[in-house]
Structure formats: structure tokens, C-alpha cells
Design a binder for this molecule. Structure first.
Ligand SMILES: Nc1ncnc2c1ncn2[C@@H]1O[C@H](COP(=O)(O)OP(=O)(O)OP(=O)(O)O)[C@@H](O)[C@H]1O
Ligand SMILES: [Mg+2]
Length: 368
């Protein structure tokens, strides 16, 4: 799949833009703070209806502007579709080919992106919350219905936590909690099992990619860390667990058991990568994940996703960069690549260059 036209008006610092990106490599160069990541955010929001920079989409509206209007025309298997997202404070409206998609899940599936950002390179040693976000981004590209599932879960979880916090003096609290426990348990299991299924699909591709990158013969694996009740997939056991933890949850004002506490373990030479692998090896693990994610989404959707590569080259050493670009050059992917220096991007062919300055994106006309 590829974007044949991209437009944004009122997005962060970007000057209203209209681009006709090239089918393969689109390289956006510019100094720090000029709007390169903002451009990738536009594409990401159009594809996923979420931002990777903020939980409040309204942050992506240009200061002082009433709204951000984002549009893309995307071709998949010779079929062109028009995607539009209008973000206003507290509200977004979404259309696909001029109509509101119902259910919303119909919006997704023919416009997939994989994002690879420099922050990701720290993920193996980062916090569990960072790893869950990282994992969920991949899960979501793989199973678009996951978005609604995750949102339903978060909503019930927030309600349950509110009851926990206000339980003192509330006679109905035990009844309310019983209702929420029954709603939460099946959603919790579905989230956990979807994540596990994704990791099972990703793992062989991940191990193969790691070997291709490092040629080290070191075995690597991914481990889903989740509560035993969730892993067992037994609704009654999850409800029983929530009841068992209730006194503690009331004291904490938060729910202890659930996939909001899941984690992903990066295993390296049969040990925890976070404590055992070198900084460079940790980066190679994340690079392997992203390569595996591209392969998986390609296989799943029958078409390669669009890659958003946010200034990753400057964080990778020579040989990892070589691997990355060689890998990309032999795939039929459309890529949006940002960099502070165009020469860092070692791609000679099928490339269109742009300069990003103060929110203005201009094509570079002269041959390189
Ligand atoms: N809502 C907003 N309205 C207007 N400008 C914004 C908004 N949010 C962020 N900016 C501006 O956008 C600029 C940052 O853009 P961006 O993060 O895309 O930079 P970048 O080119 O990726 O830089 P770097 O190379 O440092 O990553 C900053 O100048 C910031 O002040
Ligand atoms: Mg940036």
C-alpha cells in the first residue's frame, strides 16, 4: 500500500501542506525542531486515529488554530481510498471515502503503518508501561479490532478504579464492583490472549531478523508476562482473582489484576536482555522487532505496510544502518524517513528528497 497524496492543515507547526509522495523512499531532512516528526505524526494519526506522541490528540492541533484537517489518498491493490481526520478539541471526525465508517473498525486494515522512532531503541531496558505501548502499537496494526477492545477495557477499568477510590461510605460499592468485575474479566482475557497470539506470530520472524542483523548465533526470544489467571483464559478465575484482591485494590484505589500490568520480556542468550545484553545488542533487538513487524503485517494484510522511520539512522551504528537500508531496499515498501542529514540515509535509488524548515516542507529538485 502507498500514499499517493497527503494533505494537512492546522497540524502542529506545519505550514498547510499538500504532497504527492514517491512510491518508495521519501526522505525529509531538516534541523532539530523543524517539523519532521510532526509530519510523521500526521501520517500516523491518519492510519491509526491515535498519536504516538500524546494521548490527547488535541495536542496535535496547531496552537491558536481551531482544528487540524488531515487527508490521505492511499492505494492498496489498485484500489484508491480517501482517508480524512478532522481533530478538534475534545472531538475527532473521521471519514473514509467521504462517509463515516461504521463500525469504526472498517476504517482500518487497508492503510497500515509501522513506526520506528529513536525512543523505541530504549524499550528493552525501559519501563513496562513503555513496553506495553510498544507492544500494543504492533498488536493494533495486526488486528485493527484491538483498538476498540483496548478502549472498552480502559473504560471499564477507569469506572472500576473510580468506585474503588470512592468506596468509603458508598453502600452500593460491593455491588458495583461485582458488576465491573464481570465486565472486566472477559475483556482482560481477550487483550491478554491477543497480545500472546501476536507474540507467537512475531517470535520466529524476530529471531530470524536478529540473526540476520548480528550473525551472532545468540538465541533470542520474546516472553509474554501476564497474570496466570489471564494466561489460563478462564473468566471465572479472573473474577475470583479480582474478588481476592479487592481489599488491596480498595486500599490502593486501583485494580491490581489485569493486562494493564502485562509486560514483554526480551530474552537474550536465555537471560533477560535488559540486564544481560549490551546497549548495541538491545538496539539490535528492537531493530529485529521492527523488521519482524514489517514482515508480519505484510503477510497478514497481503500488502506491505508503510514505514515511518523517525531519525533512527543517527542512533544506529554503521553496520546496523547498512542492514536496515539493505533490508528496506529489497522490499517494496513506501517509506517516510526523517533525518537531520540527508546523507545519513544510505539509499541511492527510488528516492525523493524534501527539506523541512520551520514547518514548511519543500521538495529538493536538483539531482543528488
Ligand atoms: N501544537 C503545536 N502548535 C504549534 N507548534 C507546535 C505544536 N506542537 C509542537 N510544535 C512545534 O513543532 C516543533 C517540533 O517539531 P518536530 O518535533 O516535528 O521537530 P523535528 O524536526 O522532528 O525535530 P528533531 O530533529 O529535534 O526531532 C517545535 O518547534 C514545537 O514547538
Ligand atoms: Mg523529531
Amino acid at each position: 500500500m502507498r500514499i499517493v497524496a497527503l494533505a494537512a492543515d492546522g497540524a502542529r507547526n506545519l505550514v498547510p501542506l499538500q504532497l504527492a509522495p514517491g512510491p518508495r523512499f521519501n526522505v525529509f531532512s531538516g534541523d532539530n525542531g523543524q517539523g519532521k516528526t510532526n509530519l510523521l505524526e500526521v501520517v500516523y494519526v491518519l492510519s491509526t486515529l491515535r498519536s504516538f506522541r500524546t494521548n490527547r490528540l488535541a495536542d496535535a492541533i496547531q496552537r491558536e488554530a481551531p482544528r487540524a484537517t488531515l487527508r490521505a489518498r492511499v492505494v492498496k491493490s489498485d484500489l484508491e481510498r480517501r482517508y480524512q481526520v478532522v481533530v478538534e478539541p475534545g472531538h475527532k471526525s473521521v471519514t473514509l471515502d467521504g462517509k463515516t465508517p461504521r463500525p469504526l473498525a472498517r476504517y482500518f486494515g487497508a492503510f497500515n503503518v509501522v513506526l520506528f522512532a529513536p525512543e523505541d531503541l530504549q524499550v528493552a531496558r525501559g519501563s513496562p508501561a513503555d513496553r506495553r505501548r510498544f507492544l500494543d502499537r504492533t498488536v493494533f496494526g495486526w488486528r485493527p479490532v484491538y483498538l476498540e477492545l483496548a478502549q472498552s477495557y480502559e473504560k471499564v477499568l477507569r469506572s472500576r478504579n473510580a468506585v474503588l477510590r470512592n468506596a468509603a461510605g458508598e453502600r452500593r460499592a460491593p455491588d458495583l464492583l461485582a458488576v465491573y468485575d464481570a465486565q472486566l474479566a472477559p475483556l482482560a482475557i481477550e487483550i491478554s490472549s491477543t497480545r500472546r497470539a501476536l507474540l507467537a506470530e512475531l517470535a520466529p520472524r524476530f529471531a530470524a531478523a536478529f540473526e540476520a542483523i548480528t550473525r551472532s548465533g545468540i538465541p533470542v526470544a520474546l516472553r509474554h508476562v501476564t497474570a496466570p489467571e489471564l494466561a489460563a483464559g478462564d473468566v471465572d478465575a479472573v473474577v475470583a482473582g479480582l474478588v481476592r484482591d479487592r481489599a488491596r485494590d480498595l486500599a490502593r484505589g486501583a485494580t491490581s489484576l489485569g493486562p494493564h500490568r502485562d509486560d514483554v520480556g526480551f530474552r537474550f542468550a536465555e537471560a533477560e536482555a535488559a540486564t544481560f545484553a549490551s546497549q548495541g545488542q538491545l538496539r539490535a533487538l528492537v531493530l529485529a522487532w521492527k523488521t519482524a513487524e514489517l514482515d508480519l503485517l505484510h503477510d497478514t494484510h497481503g500488502d506491505p505496510p508503510i514505514l515511518l522511520l523517525d531519525d533512527v539512522s543517527s542512533e544506529l551504528d554503521e553496520s546496523r544502518n547498512m542492514y536496515l537500508f539493505e533490508h528496506l531496499a529489497c522490499r517494496h515498501l513506501q517509506c517516510f524517513i526523517t533525518t537531520t542529514h540527508a546523507r545519513h540515509v544510505r539509499l541511492a535509488e527510488d528516492r525523493v528528497d524534501y527539506v523541512v524548515r520551520d514547518g514548511l516542507i519543500s521538495p529538493v529538485n536538483q539531482p543528488r
